[in-house]
Design a binder for this molecule. Structure first.
Ligand code: GLA
Length: 408
């Protein structure tokens, strides 16, 4: 949600002294070792600093987040990766090694990773394919292998790799280069491709070693509509952009509709429940983006909803799809469905409208004969609702969602 105003900052203005020479491209003779790294068999879960804190991060804050992930029960609910986003880095030393901000991270990144690991969590970091990050910090272009070795030595488990200041770089080969560097670093590192969907990464990201790939520009803490002159996208805009991408997701490689805004204050509890439900339907990485050390009970209950998380993490790994979109008097009504490993379905009845509506999920929409008796569980009430045939109809609040699980 924060501004990416330096997204297109020209190299010259950065004063980073980085050579302009192009790095060795993946198809220019570099022997690649890219293979399935075996990670992210289910969508990664964790926390990232960007949505709430932007550049205002330091080691005290990250310690507090790691502590809170444990004490709040979020770790037990499945949140694993603590990821520091842009602005942790300030320059390079004379050997070209990336240097962390010594004021904000006086103990260094290795010590921070050690602290996160001591809590039973994993540690993630951020860099950029170009010469500079979106906030004008040093990018990894030309330093891919050196940076990957540094991350591995620090104990990094996850890399989010952004797409600012890339000039004429080719997306696929740029990401391939870092994937190869990570593969050769000697440490298993989840590779998060953050290219905003610009070059249809769902078509190639998995083949170049990506474990997740952003499908859209940045989320902002908003139900619907753009912000920042079109740079930011609301929950429903991202949902619509991802609706047809389901065939590309699966164990090891996931569409990433961006990090969660749950708890950041711009939406109602009802909208946040829908946001969380929809991300689980999309088999999205669940990367919390709020101040977990100071969250209210409603935020906590959404982020730790075990019924919804179980859908997101379902072993089948099939992304849900929209099976009904209402028109006329049913405008704003949608039904989404996702097959689950137990033979059942997760279903969302979504009301995009501004007044409550009764919505029906018909078995015919989701691939069951109408006569099938289905047990229905409401995943926000945490309650078995009984057996139904033909359909399940329920009143859904304005700009909200009911999420259920069906068992034949
Ligand atoms: C881009 C990314 C965001 C965030 C910022 C940091 O905008 O899409 O998620 O990482 O850069 O500058």
């Amino acid at each position: 949600m924060l501004t990416a105003l330096t997204r297109l900052l020209p190299a010259i203005a950065l004063g980073l002294g980085i050579a302009a020479a192009a790095p060795a491209m993946a198809d220019d003779g570099v022997k690649l070792q890219i293979k399935d790294n075996g990670l992210a068999r289910t969508p990664p879960m964790g926390w990232n600093s960007w949505n709430k804190f932007g550049c205002d991060i330091d080691e005290t804050r990250i310690h507090a987040v790691a502590d809170a992930l444990v004490s709040s029960g979020m770790k037990d609910a499945g949140y694993q990766y603590v990821v520091i986003d842009d602005c942790w880095q300030t320059g390079r030393d004379t050997q070209g090694n990336i240097v962390a901000d010594a004021v904000r991270f006086p103990s260094g990144i290795k010590a921070l990773a050690d602290y996160v690991h001591s809590k039973g969590l994993k540690f993630g970091i951020y860099s950029d394919t170009g010469i500079a990050t979106c906030q004008g910090r040093p990018g990894s272009r030309g330093y891919e292998y050196q940076d990957a070795r540094t991350y591995a030595a620090w104990g990094v488990d996850y890399l989010k790799y952004d797409w600012c200041n890339v000039a004429t770089q080719d997306a696929k080969s740029s990401y391939m280069l870092m994937a190869d560097a990570l593969a050769k670093s000697g440490r298993p590192i989840v590779f998060s491709i953050c290219e905003w969907g610009t070059h249809q990464p769902w078509e190639w990201a998995r083949s170049v070693g990506g474990n997740l790939w952003r499908t859209t520009g940045d989320i902002w803490d908003h139900w619907e509509g753009p912000g920042n002159h079109g740079d930011w996208h609301g929950v429903l805009d991202i949902l619509d952009a991802e609706a047809d991408l389901y065939s590309h997701a699966g164990p090891g490689g996931w569409n990433d509709p961006d990090m969660l805004e749950v708890g950041n204050g711009g939406m109602t509890t009802t909208q946040y429940q829908a946001h969380f439900s929809l991300w689980a339907m999309l088999a999205a990485p669940l990367i919390a983006g709020n101040d977990v050390a100071h969250m209210d009970a409603a935020t906590h209950d959404i982020l730790t909803n075990a019924d919804v998380i179980a859908v997101d993490q379902d072993a089948l790994g099939v992304q849900g799809r929209r099976v009904f979109k209402g028109a006329g008097p049913e405008t704003g009504q949608e039904v989404w469905a996702r097959p689950l490993a137990d033979g059942g379905r997760a279903v969302i009845l979504l009301n995009r409208g501004t007044t409550p509506q009764t919505i029906s999920a018909e078995w015919a929409m989701i691939g069951y004969p109408a006569a099938t008796q289905m047990q229905v569980r409401d995943l926000w009430q945490h309650k078995e609702m009984g057996a139904y045939h033909d359909r399940y109809s329920v009143t859904v609040p304005a700009q909200g969602a009911v999420m259920i699980r069906l068992h034949p």
